[in-house]
Design a protein around this ligand. Structure first.
Ligand SMILES: [Zn+2]
Length: 282
């Protein structure tokens, strides 16, 4: 375990924000990044990514299963993120952390036959499944991939697992062709209190939660431009009518009167927190 600074702004001042599984998540006082501090050692992070198992007070098993629902969800979102004309000519696409291959399957259907798709997945159960579906998936170290090779590189639900996102963005920049694009999907944790966070923190599998602003700045720092963001309802939040939200607020208010120290949840926060960020290599 080691103490770290905020990777987004290098500040070392923070407030404690949440704790789970023997780990602490802090909020940077300067930029608002939520990050695990102290962090597990690098070797432990690598091993955890390979096995899907993470050491903590309890051993978390984050190996899920193949999901047809995910494919359907991607197929609804992709036309809102990309214009089909982007896929008119031949292209190469790398999906990092492709899991069971759901996004690649959706891409093949949406992007059509002009694409060559490759996936990287550290977890063997997932990558073996993707292989059995006929997808080109292995666990290549990104460092071993050639320069300027891909037209698109995507990373869905990967950002929060990265110990050093800037290093990662630079490495992706290296493997992208000129004018190639990165696609990042992650949640927006801006100005959330712990009790309003939509799910378990899954520490230390997750190492940080950023905001739209933080990720845009990091991308600019890594020399990407033409950044655009599409936001969707985060699946962790239930869709509620205003009447239901008001009822819930009233309930929380009454609970807080009865029980001192009860943390009120805010049902009126913006729940469009599923971000899909596109950016182009300069
Ligand atoms: Zn910061």
């Amino acid at each position: 375990m080691k103490e770290i600074y905020c990777y987004s702004c290098n500040a070392d001042s923070y407030v404690e924000w949440g704790a789970e599984n023997g780990y602490r998540m802090v909020k940077c006082k300067n930029c608002g990044l939520l990050y695990v501090n102290p962090v597990p050692d690098d070797e432990e992070i690598d091993l955890a990514a390979k096995t899907g198992m993470h050491k903590g007070e309890t051993v978390l098993n984050v190996v899920s299963s193949f999901s047809e629902i995910k494919i359907k969800d991607y197929l609804e979102k992709l036309p809102l993120i990309y214009d089909k004309s982007s896929f008119r000519n031949s292209f190469t696409w790398l999906d990092i952390g492709c899991g069971y291959g759901e996004f690649i399957i959706a891409l093949k259907s949406f992007g059509g036959g002009n694409g060559i798709y490759k996936g990287i997945e550290p977890n063997e159960i997932k990558s073996n499944f993707a292989l059995s579906k006929g997808l080109d998936v292995d666990f290549t170290d990104i460092k071993d991939l050639p320069d300027e090779h891909f037209d698109f590189v995507s990373m869905l639900n990967v950002y929060s697992h990265l110990p050093d996102p800037v290093l990662f963005f630079n490495e992706i920049r290296r493997i992208l062709k000129k004018n190639g694009e990165i696609l990042i999907q992650t949640g927006d944790a801006a100005n959330l209190n712990r009790q309003d966070f939509p799910h378990t923190l899954y520490l230390p599998d997750h190492l940080s939660f950023a905001t739209e602003d933080i990720i845009k700045k990091l991308l600019e720092k890594s020399d990407y431009s033409r950044i655009s963001v599409k936001r969707f309802q985060h699946p962790g939040y239930h869709v509620m009518s205003t009447v239901k939200k008001l009822k819930k607020q009233m309930y929380e208010f009454l609970r807080s009167i009865k029980k001192s120290g009860h943390k009120k949840r805010n049902y009126f926060i913006n729940t469009d927190r599923d971000m899909w960020i596109r950016a182009q290599k300069n």
